[in-house]
Design a protein around this ligand. Sequence first.
Ligand code: AMP
Ligand code: GLY
Length: 415
Amino acid sequence: MTVLVVGSGGREHALARAINADPAVTTVHVAPGNPGTATFATNHAIDPLDGDAVAALAVELGADLVVVGPEAPLVAGVADAVRAAGIACFGPSREAAQLEGSKAFAKQVMDEAGVPTAASRVCRTPDEAAAALDEFAAPHVVKDDGLAAGKGVVLTLEREVALAHAAGCDQVVIEEFLDGPEVSLFVITDGTTALAMQPAQDFKRVGDGDLGPNTGGMGAYSPLPWAPDDIADQVLNTVALPTLQRMAERGTPFAGLLYCGLALTSKGLRVIEFNARFGDPETQVLLALLDSPLGQVLHAAATGRLAEIGDLRWRDGAAVGVVVAAEGYPDKPTNGASIVLPEDTDRAWTIHAGTAVADQTLVAAGGRVLTVVGRGDSLAGARAAAYAHLERIEFPSGFHRRDIAAVAAEQESNR
Ligand code: AMP
Ligand code: GLY
């Protein structure tokens, strides 16, 4: 099987790497890819947002499967263009990707499907925003309705800050604050059958101890020793399956990866957000543990045959991913610093996100530059493997969080 992965970030490197390890996959191509994917796949310098270009490339390569990684191409209809060219594509249609593309749309579908989520109001004017802020007590949660690359949500105790964010967006969703730990639960679906991956947790804030601004994600780990054992089933039954059924009834079936971002609140499980794609950096750790052949699983999902796959299989043990970001991230990352990487091993390896090659040297070329993934028998072991590998990376101006999975590793050892 020949597979084309669309995108250039850490998620796409991790996806392409796991697909390449599937014995049924002969060749992996990535468009546009990054220096990490270039080590085992062929990169193609095309615009991932251009559906016609992606479809033409897939035809030219004789691809059996196209996997669209990021949200922007999905919302732009790239999966539709690939399917129109007669090629199986893992990724929702433009219309179904609105579950991520519009928070107001996602809230509407959750309401219709009876899925538990924060109470919310959609606001277009300053008066509507002010009224919604009165309705829900602080902390205030104000979300830009559209795609904002992880920067659309403002959480604040200050009413003025909340109003200012609302004023800067065309339309916002203002909602009730959800307490409790967050869980990322990914569901692979062909629109009818749904397979839950293991739960993972992401670290959204830039600094140790969850301080500082929100980012795209600074690290992740799986499994979660503190989460209920039946969390995947709970999410399938109360969130994913009702949502998929409602999307099908609306005439916009969702096939691809339904990312359920959840809060385990004192009142029970609530959806914080849906995404229409694999999460980054959770994917880097989940794929370190997945034992099922990823190419075959995604091909089955893309061709309506997911029921034939059975449950996903997982390795024992744990994985921890630590993001290395460029100085100044998330506000103004500085690019161009050179990076020297140690050899990957079976216990720890580097996934590229924002890197480039300049004058035959690897350099930083993005906010989140790398994710170091460690695997071990326990979270403590996986953490040790990831951080030991990270110490051997030469990238002095880069920075990372030191506390990824630290609390969970403690909890695990106390069980
Ligand atoms: P989102 O882009 O919707 O995932 O929001 C980014 C982050 O903001 C989430 O991962 C949460 O940490 C936080 N967040 C979003 N919505 C809420 C909410 N209703 N209550 C508390 N925190 C939230
Ligand atoms: N890790 C958060 C996201 O992918 O949106």
